[in-house]
Design a protein around this ligand. Sequence first.
Ligand code: SF4
Length: 359
Amino acid sequence: MSPKPPDIRAFSLEEMQALVADLGEKPYRAKQLWEWLWRKKARSFDDMSDLPKTFRARLAERTVLRPLVLVEEQRSNDGTVKCAFRTWDGHVVEGVLIPTPTRLTACISSQIGCSLSCSFCATGRLKRIRNLDAQEIYDQVVLIDGLAHKYYREGLTNIVYMGMGEPLLNYANTLRSAERITAEDGLGMSPRRITVSTAGIARMIRRLADDGARFNLALSLHAANDAKRDRIMPINEQNSLAELKDALRYYTRTARREVTFEYILLRGFNDSLADAQELVRYASDVHAKVNLIEYNPIDEGGFGRTDTKEAEVFQQYLDRKGIIARIRRSRGRDIDAACGQLANKNAPALKDGERVLKT
Ligand code: SF4
C-alpha cells in the first residue's frame, strides 16, 4: 500500500521550498504557493490561478489540501452564530461567532471531543477522538471571519481558544495555529487579540512561559477550593490549585502577561459569599482579572444558572475587594450554544443530508 500523501499545509516554508525544487519548479513558486495557502486562504489547488496548471496537478498528486467545511449554522436572536464544521475524516467540531457592541469574537475548538470530562460541559460527554491540526484550527478562524463579514460587514476582532477540547493538550498545533493567525503572511492579527483558555495543566502553563507565548492566557477556574473543583473538573486532581497558582505566577513573571480567570456561576454550587471570599484570595495571589460567566445549562448537567441579581451581588463583592470582575452574559440561549451541544446532537447526522453552507 502506498503511503498517504501529506497535507500540504503541514509543510514548513523550507519543506515547501524543497518540494518545489523536487518538482522542478523555480524557487519563487514556493513563496507563491505559501501565500495561496495562508494569506489568500485557498481551498483547493484550482483556486491558485497564477500557478501553472501542470504544477498544480503535480502538487495534487503529491500532497492533499483538505479545508474544514462549514456544515451547519444556528443563528441566535442575540446575533450569536454557532457553527458546525466537518473535518476531512468526517468528524464534527464547533465554533461560535459572538458579536458585542465593541467586538466580533470567534470561539474556536482545539480538539475533536475532550478527555477532561468537566461535569458541566457538553463536550465533556464526547470522548476525545483526536487533536485538530493547526490548519483545522486556522480554518475555523477563516470561516467564522467569513460569517462576521457576511452578517456584520466587518472582520473578527478577537479569537478565543475556548471551544471543544483542551488547547494545552494539543500544544504544538495550538502554537502553530496562533503563529499562522498572527503572522504577516497569515491572517495578520495581533497576538493581544488572542486568548488561549486552559482547564489548568500546570506543567504546560510553565512551558508556555518558557516558549515565550505572546497571546493572553485564561484559566477556567470555576471553583477556588480543591474539594469543589475536584467535583466538577477531574483535571484538578493532578493539578491542584496550589500547583496552578505557582505555575500562573511563573507565567505572569516570565511572560509578563496577565492572566484572566473564567468562573461559571453555578447556582447553589459556587456562588455563595464563602465562594466569593475564596475566589478573592486566589485571584489576589495571582493578580488575575475575573470573568463571571452565566451558565448555559446542558441536558443532565445537574447545574442551574445563578440568578442575574445574585450574579451582580457576587460581582460587586469582588469589586469591593479590589478584584476586577465582569459578568459575561450567556449568549445564544435559544440555540445549542453551550460548548459541545451542537456536536453532541448532530455528530452522527451530519454526514447524511447535511447542509453545506458557504460563507
Ligand atoms: S470545559 Fe473544556 S476542558 Fe472541560 S470538558 Fe469541556 S471542553 Fe474539555
